[in-house]
Write a protein that binds this ligand. Structure first.
Ligand code: PEP
Ligand code: MN
Length: 340
């Protein structure tokens, strides 16, 4: 529930309500606004605590939280979360600049990742993507360069200043990946890997949480809630398409999820048009559509030589395609009140 304090409530009265909330075994989140303070009380409802808190001095009213997720909800925190990312602290979320992140599906070699990073930086991206640990459908497919790949990503960041987005696939490697990455990606296949969510929740690096292959928005936001509850409020959601019956695409990219999420959560929302479609020719139009419908940015696959990519070449654009795409993204960002 949310406890709305009266505008004239004193600090002592707020503290007394916090004490009551804790006494009832609930967790509090105090939000100090310009006019008044509100306190979110999070945990299992028992019933009797409602009465006690309602009677406390300085309390105006109690409002039940309707969403199954709490901390991820706009009911608890109406203002957008802005996640500062990478060496330059680029702000993702709110009404700030659009975040463009590009790079290969997987780190394959020093030459490949450096060429990708230079192309992404030259095009005006803020982030470089690239998997060092790859969650591959087949155990016979390329599994990634692992720590060697992380070192190459860190070197690419040192040269270009780009923020590094890379996936973590296991609890055992969270600390290792976090020591190199700027943003820890939790992939679609791991969206409901709860011990992994808790482990990245204990990290001090922002987390990019991709939507599960067949997950509802509630399931996705409850997954985000695990990360926030473990102590990490810096969660960025990424719509990457869901499994449907169409076969002209690898996944179906439901862009209506973007404004639907914005109505439910304060967390930033990115779109991945590469995994969302599976085809390079669909990346530019779906990138533009994503920004038009309110996404805070796009993470897409770009490879210096897609024909020879070790994974996901068909859904990777070239550096030249990226250069060509950027001005139209900037124009759309401008049209919807954002910048690049
Ligand atoms: C990826 O970003 O390379 C990836 C594996 O994505 P997803 O988890 O969305 O399939
Ligand atoms: Mn990929």
């Amino acid at each position: 529930m949310i406890i709305v304090m009266k505008p004239e409530a004193t600090k002592d009265q707020v503290q007394h309500v916090v004490d009551l909330v804790q006494e009832f075994g609930l967790q509090e989140q105090v939000i100090v606004g310009t006019d008044r303070t509100v306190i979110a009380a999070i945990g299992d409802k028992r019933g009797h605590e409602k009465q006690a808190i309602e009677h406390a001095a300085g309390v105006e009213k109690l409002v039940p939280i309707l969403a199954p997720y709490k901390r991820a909800s706009t009911e608890v925190k109406p203002e957008p979360t802005i996640v500062k990312v990478g060496p330059k602290g680029f702000p993702i979320g709110g009404s700030g600049p659009i975040a463009m992140i590009a790079g290969p599906c997987a780190v394959e070699s020093e030459e490949q990742i450096m060429a990708s990073a230079r192309a992404a930086a030259a095009a005006g991206c803020m982030g470089l993507r690239g998997g060092a640990y790859k969650p591959r459908t087949s155990p016979y497919s390329f599994q990634g360069m692992q720590e060697e790949g992380l070192k190459l990503l860190a070197a690419a960041r040192d040269e270009t200043g780009l923020a590094v987005f890379t996936e973590v696939v296991s609890v055992a490697t969270v600390d290792l990946v976090a020591s190199y990455a700027d943003v820890l990606q939790v992939g679609a296949r791991n969206m409901q890997h709860y011990p992994l969510l808790e482990a990245v929740g204990r990290c001090d690096k922002p987390v990019l949480l991709k939507r599960g292959l067949a997950s509802t928005l509630d399931e996705w936001l409850l997954a985000a809630e695990y990360i926030i509850n473990a102590g990490n409020p810096n969660v960025i959601l990424c719509e990457r398409g869901i499994r449907a019956y169409e076969d002209y695409v690898r996944n179906t990219l439901p862009l209506a999820a973007v404004p639907a999420l914005k109505a439910r959560t304060h967390l930033p929302v990115l779109v991945d048009p590469s995994h969302g479609t599976g085809h390079a020719y669909l990346i530019a139009p779906m990138t533009r559509a994503a920004i038009a419908c309110g996404a805070d940015g796009v993470i897409l696959e770009m490879h210096p030589d897609p024909e020879h990519a070790l994974s996901d070449g068909a859904q990777s654009i070239t550096p030249a395609d990226l250069d060509e795409l950027m001005p139209s993204v900037a124009a759309i960002a401008n049209a919807v009140g954002r910048t690049m």
